[in-house]
Design a protein around this ligand. Structure first.
Ligand code: GLY
Length: 399
């Protein structure tokens, strides 16, 4: 009888524990999500007053106490309207919506830009969210045009989309970040556009899986090609610590990219690859306990290495989606890791208080350490993926 009771209570624990754990997690996350969107709403209303017409926010300079802005073709210009739209979706604040629509108008001419591969970042994080929320046909046409512009950079000899133009460092470079531009290509093919865009996206992904990844599932940052022959000239880095190192944001872009490609294609090889990247990232001995990585995993042993909160925000959002395509303990592992990242990003060290940092939310990011550019600063894309990860938790797990 005693053993029977023990067995019943053990069985009950096995069944109840995950639910109880999720209820506690949901309670915590519900508070974190409301608190962060309320803060984001006021921070972005603060920031919008500091931005000159025709420019988009990049970062905050602590010395001059200025919000630094950039011209419209800078790769990050879609993240400001995108962040505003994520905020509007939660708070329904019409001032935020009006600013988002104003910023969309500013970057609209980018739809015909063919000077780099960043069309997905610029036009899908912005107009993709605008179309999702408002279903305005005009936005759809802008996304279609942007995909057409991006497709001009597809190089059949490489079976890849060329990232940057030939420059002083590279001949025909492709960077791991480029996987992030493919979601827009798939979306266009799946929403009435030509199927060629998804074919390009899949071909790019298949080639990237072969050329960028090392046996431990870490990724190179840049592969430089001979455009005529398609031959690899060098496997190298631009923003990482070394050619052989694992630049943290590059690992985050790769993880996120393979997950979105799985979403669109249901190709099991992409999902398996994403899980291997997650394994590399989450089990790395240099990943700090708060799960905010150093700017390069291989810089983690240097004293005073800077963290890159943007890599954590991107990874948190990616892990939320990876949780959607996993089950049981594996699913919980991904969601819990993403939650831990969001909790760390929400603490006083990483998150600004109202009026700080020119209105940016997340600080301690690194743009390009080797060039001493954007080191230990807020960056607009950290905010975007942070807000996206919170939204994803709310939509998918907060039940
Ligand atoms: N796509 C450029 C970067 O991640 O810095």
């Amino acid at each position: 009888m005693k053993y029977k009771l023990l067995l019943i209570s053990l069985l009950a624990m096995i069944h109840i524990t995950p639910f109880a754990q999720n209820a506690t997690r949901n309670q915590k996350m519900s508070k974190l999500i409301s608190e962060n969107f309320a803060l984001a709403d006021s921070q972005y209303r603060y920031m919008m007053k500091l931005i000159p017409t025709g420019e988009l926010p990049q970062t905050f300079d602590k010395n001059t106490k200025q919000v630094l802005t950039k011209e419209i073709t800078w790769w990050c210009t879609g993240f400001y309207p995108g962040s505003l739209l994520y905020i509007y979706e939660q708070t329904k604040n019409e001032t935020i919506k009006a600013e988002a629509l104003r910023a969309l108008k500013v970057i609209e001419p980018n739809q015909t830009y063919t000077g780099n591969h960043d069309l997905g970042f610029m036009m899908y994080c912005s107009f993709g969210n605008a179309y999702r929320l408002f279903k305005d046909e005009k936005y759809k046409q802008i996304i279609f045009k942007s995909a057409e512009s991006l497709a001009t950079r597809y190089r059949p000899t490489l079976k890849l989309i060329q990232s940057w133009n030939k420059n002083q460092y590279f001949n025909c470079p492709v960077i791991i970040d480029n996987l992030m531009n493919l979601e827009m290509m798939n979306w266009v093919s799946q929403n009435g556009g030509s199927s060629q865009y998804q074919k390009i996206a899949e071909t790019h992904t298949n080639t990237a899986m072969k050329v960028f990844y090392r046996p431990d599932y870490s990724s190179y940052h840049v592969i430089d090609f001979d455009e005529k022959t398609g031959k690899v000239l060098k496997k190298t880095t631009h923003q990482g610590a070394a050619n052989s190192s694992a630049w943290s944001r590059g690992q985050a872009w790769g993880l996120y990219g393979f997950i979105t490609m799985y979403r669109s294609t249901k190709n099991a090889a992409y999902l398996a690859h994403a899980k291997n990247i997650a394994q590399f990232y989450l089990n790395h001995p240099n990943l700090p306990v708060d799960l905010i990585p150093y700017w390069d995993f291989d810089a983690g042993q240097q004293p005073f290495a800077k963290r890159d909160a943007s890599a954590a925000a991107i990874t948190a959002s990616a892990l939320m989606e990876l949780g959607q395509y996993s089950s049981g303990a594996e699913k919980e592992k991904y969601i819990n890791a993403g939650v831990k990242m969001l909790e760390s990003l929400s603490n006083d060290h990483y998150r600004s208080k109202y009026g700080e940092n020119g209105g940016f939310l997340i600080q301690h990011c690194v743009g390009a350490y080797p060039f001493n550019s954007e080191v230990d600063v807020p960056l607009i894309y950290a905010d975007y993926y942070f807000l996206e990860a919170l939204k994803r938790y709310k939509d998918w797990y907060l039940k």
